[in-house]
Write a protein of this length. Structure first.
Lengths: 290, 165
């Protein structure tokens, strides 16, 4: 049977006769391209091939960070710390404060336990005596001693200006901005009058209330406490204040470091929303037990 | 967001610093003189023509003839100053320039307004002559008693502090 070939088929036949090797090579290349396409499009297959290489490169990069990026990071940090010395010190203050406080608290506890052991008997005897001679019952006296302290009000105040940054309050008081100003004036007066620049006024006591003042570099926190405010409560309160202030300064530093321009950075620090700070205050002090 | 600014009121004894503040904050005046001991703090929120609001925290410092002795602790972080003298007592303004130098040294580069108070006690012509004779330059002449120009002082300072921020 005679088959009629068209021009294209004839050309193909001629190619097969003249270049059989090329034909195979083209088919081989085509297969390889198909395999590669499959490899590139299939995530698992590609990951199996590429991941070891990326891991290897990353390991090398991580190992070389101290040499490659180290000097740049150190120089940048040095510059930023130099430009924002107060902010950095302020941020570190709560961390260092906690460490020192823990050590001192531990030492005081040991001392306190020793004294308690010595005075326990005398205390119990005194309580019984007061109770016998017409005073409150021994249970009442014990209850009074054990009555816990309650946080009534917290104020975050700028240390120099006395300007209130944020507040948290359980009860209504007179204008908090005026209280902040007066507390700052009293604090300034006491610290100035006794020429003890490095000593800070830490506590103001009146009848059943105490005002605990925790100073940092740029701000201080004033906490009004009712009830029996003793060393243990003070210890707990300081932990809460340090935690709050650490978070507050973290917010501050975020803003500082976001800006490359030190001039702008100073102003940006002041733009932390009062509402955000008050939420932080409420979260830190709202349900705190001291 | 409302800004808060610390404003200190300075001047010699009995020039009417407390009365100026009382007139501005509560629109009241009392003839009974009560010495300020230490510092007294009040606050007033001011709305500027730009509709910005600014909270002025007014630090009324006790009067002193020796301005060098004002406690630095009271002046820390001050945003603006009002220096008050009594137009009826030359002893409160005859050293005004040196007093202002001391203030500028203690609180550098801050807006400062100089106010001659008690203008109701001296006839206008006599007052102008008196201040000219002593070469006194001032920003405002006020009367805490009548309330004359008191508001203007604090409004100008608030405007300066608002643009300063």
């Amino acid at each position: 049977m005679e088959t009629k070939l068209d021009e294209k088929d004839k050309l193909e036949l001629l190619k097969d006769i003249l270049f059989p090797d090329d034909r195979e090579a083209v088919q081989d290349i085509s297969k390889r391209i198909q395999l590669l396409e499959h490899l590139v499009n299939d995530q698992k297959l590609l990951a199996a091939k590429v991941d070891p290489l990326v891991d290897d490169k990353l390991n090398t990069f991580t190992k070389n960070i101290p040499n490659t990026l180290g000097p740049t990071i150190t120089a940048t940090l040095k510059k930023e710390i130099k430009n924002h010395k107060d902010d950095v010190v302020d941020a570190l203050y709560p961390v260092l404060g906690k460490m020192v406080k823990k050590y001192v608290a531990q030492e005081i506890k040991i001392l306190s336990d020793k004294i308690d052991n010595q005075l326990g008997f005398i205390k119990r005897f005194k309580r019984k005596m007061r109770s016998w001679f017409g005073g409150p019952t021994e249970e009442q006296l014990l209850m009074r001693e054990l009555a816990s302290a309650t946080i009534e009000q917290v104020l975050l105040i700028e240390r120099d200006t006395g300007i209130l940054k944020a507040s948290y309050s359980v009860t209504n008081t007179i204008d908090e901005e005026m209280i902040s100003g007066m507390l700052t004036a009293i604090k300034g007066f006491v610290e100035d009058a006794f020429h003890q620049k490095n000593q800070k006024l830490e506590q103001i006591q009146y009848e059943l209330y105490n005002i605990h003042l925790q100073s940092f570099v740029t701000h201080y926190v004033a906490v009004v406490i009712s009830g029996n405010y003793h060393l243990k409560s003070k210890n707990k309160l300081q932990d809460i204040i340090f935690n709050f202030y650490y978070n507050f300064m973290a917010l501050n530093l975020d803003l500082v470091f976001k800006s490359k321009d030190p001039e702008k950075a100073g102003k940006e620090v002041r733009t932390i929303e009062k509402e955000l700070l008050e939420k932080e205050l409420a979260a830190s002090f709202g349900n705190a037990k001291i | 967001m409302q800004k808060s600014k610390k404003v200190v009121i300075l001047g010699h004894f009995g020039v009417g610093k407390t009365s100026l503040i009382r007139r501005f904050v509560t629109d009241q005046f009392s003839d009974k003189y009560k010495v300020t001991i230490g510092v007294h703090i009040t606050k007033k929120v001011v709305t500027l023509p730009t509709d910005d609001t600014i909270s002025l925290i007014l630090w009324d410092l006790e009067g002193t003839d020796a301005l060098e002795e004002i406690r630095d602790a009271y002046l820390l972080g001050t945003h603006g100053i009002v220096f008050v003298f009594d137009v009826s007592r030359p002893s409160t303004f005859q050293h005004l320039n040196s007093d202002l130098k001391i203030v500028a040294k203690k609180v550098p580069e801050r807006p400062l307004l100089v106010v001659g108070n008690k203008k109701d006690l001296v006839p206008e012509e006599e007052l102008t002559q008196l201040l000219e004779n002593h070469q006194i330059s001032y920003n405002y002449l006020t009367s805490a008693k009548t309330g004359d120009t008191v508001e203007d002082v604090f409004m100008e300072l608030a405007t300066l502090l608002n643009s300063d921020a």
